[in-house]
Design a protein around this ligand. Structure first.
Ligand code: ADP
Ligand code: MG
Length: 293
């Protein structure tokens, strides 16, 4: 394409709410055939709220919220913020935390009121030999089957509660997926969340392929694997944990509502955080390059 055509394309992108890093980006956009989409914050709003607290026999809901809320108050994760806010709304001021550690893709750990507290995936609690009693395990699975995210809480050697957070699917996501398919692209959901929740959300927006329970460090490997299979991969994400995968993808698209790290790692920014702009970007590059060449 001529430099003029690329400039016009870049300008048209800006009007559509698509910021393009350089004119050469339009070239890679055009050849894309698979679109990998992060779930939380990309397909969903990423604004979670605490909707349920299920405690094991003999445990106190207020105590669970105090300890888990205090710990999550130190984390930036959308799940953590929902739990800290929900806890504060119910029990008031939260105690201080010592020796806080964030275990990416798994949960958080720290000392609160002299208790060694964990909040996160069952896999994290299992690493500390804390296993969920059957009724909590059932409650967790039921919440996940509804597309919600459930995390476990444990301290001093025992799993004690399950916290359920809910997110909402953006109203524009389903239409965006339809548009991407109409452009001949295969949408694939990639998430660290559990398989049941991920599959339910995928079904709501029309995605058939789901890769779930992926650690943040593994997201980039999934993109590489698809490229090894000969696919030209676009990746759409918003989080710190998406940055490496966004950089690895043939085309990285960041949500403008996401983190700076994701935006810096990407070729394109969808300013309004509307997934339909991803389809607009592909359409624009095909039009800009296809007609001029
Ligand atoms: P996503 O790809 O959906 O953005 P992450 O990789 O950030 O997900 O997290 C994957 C999973 O790890 C979450 O669904 C949750 O179970 C657990 N997790 C991560 N961070 C936290 C946290 N701060 N508190 C509780 N659980 C967490
Ligand atoms: Mg995300």
């Amino acid at each position: 394409a001529t430099p003029t055509a690329l400039m016009v394309g870049t300008g048209r992108g800006a009007q559509l709410g698509i910021l393009i890093k350089g004119p050469e980006v339009l070239e890679s956009t055009r050849r894309v055939d698979a679109v990998v989409l992060d779930k939380t914050g990309t397909i969903t709003a990423g604004k979670m709220t605490l909707v349920d607290v299920i405690v094991a026999d003999g445990e106190d809901t207020g105590e669970v919220l105090r300890l888990a809320g205090a710990l999550e108050d130190s984390s930036e994760h959308p799940i953590a913020q929902a739990i800290a806010k929900g806890a504060r709304d119910k029990v008031g001021e939260l105690p201080a935390v010592e020796q806080f550690a964030n275990l990416a893709g798994l949960g958080v750990q720290g000392t609160v009121d002299d208790h060694a507290v964990l909040v996160g995936r069952t896999r994290l609690l299992a690493d500390f030999s804390q296993h969920l009693p059957t009724e909590l395990d059932d409650a967790m699975k039921a919440a996940e089957a509804e597309g919600r995210t459930a995390v476990a809480v444990g301290w001093d050697g025992a799993a004690r509660a399950v916290l359920v957070v809910a997110d909402t699917v953006k109203s524009t996501s389903a239409e965006a997926i339809t548009q991407l398919r109409d452009l001949g692209l295969t949408p694939i959901m990639l998430t660290g969340d559990n398989t049941a929740a991920a599959t339910t959300i995928a079904g709501q927006v029309g995605i058939d392929e789901v890769i779930a329970e992926v650690l943040p460090t593994e997201k980039v490997d999934v993109v590489k694997r698809l490229q090894d299979q000969g696919k030209v991969v676009a990746m759409v994400g918003d989080g710190i944990n998406d940055a490496a995968a966004l950089a690895q993808a043939d085309l990285g698209l960041a949500m403008g509502t996401g983190t700076d790290v994701a935006i810096e790692a990407s070729d394109l920014t969808l300013v309004r955080g509307d997934l339909r702009a991803a389809a607009d970007a592909i359409r624009l590059s095909r039009r800009t390059l296809g007609t001029i060449k």
